[in-house]
Design a protein around this ligand. Structure first.
Ligand code: MF3
Ligand code: CO
Length: 291
């Protein structure tokens, strides 16, 4: 784990600082936790200050695109228009939409309406109507740095049941976020998300989770919500990951549309909601980079 690095050598994180004043104590802490059987992060997912700065710039575009969508989304609009706006604004501001051509994904954004759980294809045939809830999931590459976040939008007057789903799902993310701190565990976050959803009578999708992000679109760790307190990966300063639970009003079961192998729906046809944030683990706690 500690390798052959000496105290006065440059740190492995490429900060340019000496190992002894940079990540030596960090490595010793992780080695101890690993010896006790915990899952610990590998070095490749620990970001240095320069990388965090680059990721922050990418997040600024991601946030601005979502803000722009928030101002312009409306009843009667089709979701292909959202795709066009995301492409135009992202590129106008110097970024690249990360979803476009990612593993063959054909659009710049995911727009998931009502019983669509995630990865909804934007389409001119999907016209937003009063009472719809829609997730717009935006991801940006800027100078090689990745950002990824999503928000829910309520179209016109949305009934109380769906509104509550949207609000509770956001609270799930906030409850999870409150558990993010150095030397805690990913499972602390996961259980908090899970418990809040189930306490409200909802279920949380098991098969699809969040992920490390920043230097790649999807990095380790995988971020699920069926985990338990004190379990899963140890959280260490410099880790960046998403919290993005998909919360179902009805049953937990989902299926993938086999005509395109992307779009995910609830099995029972009841609505599903999702919010996605990007969080950085800091020395003191955490910082939300993107929402
Ligand atoms: N933004 C999605 C996520 O949260 C990525 C979906 S993959 C894509 O991880 F190709 F559809 F973009
Ligand atoms: Co994501």
């Amino acid at each position: 784990m500690l390798g052959k690095i000496s105290r006065n050598d440059p740190c492995w994180c490429h900060s340019g600082r000496k190992y002894k004043v940079c990540h030596q104590a960090f490595d010793e802490k992780l080695a101890l936790l690993a010896s006790r059987g915990h899952i610990v992060p590998t070095r490749d997912i620990i970001k240095n200050a320069e990388q965090v700065a680059g990721i922050r710039e990418s997040c600024k575009i991601n946030i601005a695109v979502l803000d722009y969508i928030q101002e312009h989304i409306h009843e009667g609009m089709n979701t292909a228009e959202i795709d066009r706006i995301v492409y135009e604004k992202t590129t106008e501001w110097g970024g690249i939409p990360a979803p476009l051509h990612y593993q063959g994904y054909p659009y710049s954004v995911c727009t998931s309406v009502n019983d669509q759980v995630c990865h909804g294809f934007p389409s001119k045939d999907v016209i937003l109507k009063e009472g719809d809830i829609v997730n717009v999931d935006v991801s940006t590459i800027l100078n090689g740095y990745f950002s990824d976040s999503s928000r829910m939008f309520c179209i016109g007057d949305v009934g109380p049941e769906k509104r509550r789903l949207v609000e509770v799902t956001k609270e799930c993310v906030e409850h999870g976020l409150a558990e993010v701190k150095p030397w805690g565990f990913l499972g602390d976050m996961g259980q908090a998300v899970h418990d809040h959803a189930y306490a409200n009578g909802y279920t949380v999708v098991r098969e699809i989770g969040g992920h490390g992000v920043g230097l790649e679109f999807h990095e380790e760790p995988w971020v699920g919500y069926n985990s338990r307190r004190g379990q899963e990966m140890v959280l260490a300063p410099g880790m960046i990951f998403t919290i993005e639970p998909m919360v179902n009003m009805g049953g937990v079961e989902i299926y993938v549309d086999d005509s395109n192998d992307w779009e995910v729906y609830t099995e029972d046809g009841k609505p599903s909601a999702q919010w996605e944030i990007m969080v950085l683990v800091t020395e003191e706690g955490h910082e939300v980079l993107c929402w």
